[in-house]
Unconditional design. Structure first.
Length: 287
């Protein structure tokens, strides 16, 4: 009789009904406080919520709010989002409406695979469920909708996306790669409309002749509407064959891969072997 009077029970399975939905938690050992609705679980923890299944070695949570934290070999299956997640630790915060399914914070060796083809690796990820909104930090390495991203930080909020200390941003369809300290952009209906990059900007691609070309500068602005990338500040384009263009501004045309130079432009090129013995008035032109 005395034991039954205590608010804490040792259980193996708990089913609950929060204000939002039904759910269940199973584990080798569960401690549940009926007064505070706090719960602790250890060993083979499995939490089921509507459209979400979480696995881990340990868990703490609140049955009243349906918020949980899991630790140790954490894995999550999110059926609505068609995504799976693995991490060392995970926090799940219950959403407050049907449109807001909640938020996930994942820590340590985080990997999210979505729609089988999209992947995100990072040390930390914050994700708003049922949306494209996220923030990732630490060795971010992602492949999303045919785009590759490697950066120290990256994220998206509705139509805006960003990256910090970006070492690689590549559109596989366009076959153009970016690198910069700061990258900000706008994406609509799955299409990148604008990108602004600044700080040690590097752009690599193949020109219309198939030559590998590297463009560098202080800033770069991409416009889908105009089909151009405008590179400003110490702008320089160098082809693998040695031909180099420097100017105040360079305009790279997305469709033709041509480059247009303006302002103090200069072209340097390597003479073919057969022409090197011929007298030449110089190896560069100025505008």
């Amino acid at each position: 009789m005395f034991l039954m009077a205590l608010p804490i029970f040792i259980l193996s399975v708990v089913s609950y009904a929060s204000a939002a939905e039904m759910g269940s938690l199973s584990a080798d050992t569960i401690q549940y406080n009926t007064n505070t609705k706090k719960i602790k679980a250890a060993g083979n923890v499995v939490i089921n919520k509507e459209g979400i299944t979480l696995f881990g070695n340990f868990a703490d949570g609140d049955i009243g709010t349906s918020d949980f934290e899991l630790k140790g070999s954490v894995r999550g299956v999110f059926s609505k989002e068609k995504a799976e997640l693995t991490a060392e630790r995970l926090k799940l915060t219950q959403g407050n409406s049907k449109k807001n399914n909640g938020k996930v914070e994942a820590f340590g060796n985080v990997r999210i695979i979505r729609n089988k083809s999209d992947k995100l690796d990072a040390e930390y990820v914050f994700w708003e469920l049922s949306t494209e909104n996220y923030a990732a930090r630490g060795n971010v390495n992602a492949v999303m909708q045919g785009r590759v991203l490697k950066a120290e930080e990256a994220g998206r909020a509705k139509e805006k996306f960003w990256g910090r200390n970006v070492t690689r941003y590549e559109d596989k369809k366009q076959k153009i790669g970016f690198a910069a300290k700061v990258v900000d952009g706008v994406i609509k209906n799955g299409t990148v409309n604008e990108i602004t990059a600044s700080g040690n900007v590097r752009i690599d691609y193949r020109d219309e002749e198939g030559q590998e070309t590297l463009v560098t500068g202080d800033t770069a602005i991409y416009s889908k509407a105009r089909g151009t990338v405008v590179i400003s500040g110490n702008a320089r384009a160098e082809r693998k064959d040695g031909r180099t263009v420097t100017a105040d501004n360079l305009v790279l045309y997305e469709e033709t891969r041509n480059i247009e130079a303006s302002g103090h432009s200069q072209v340097l090129f390597v003479l073919p072997e057969k022409d090197k013995k011929k007298p030449a008035g110089g190896g560069m032109t100025n505008e």
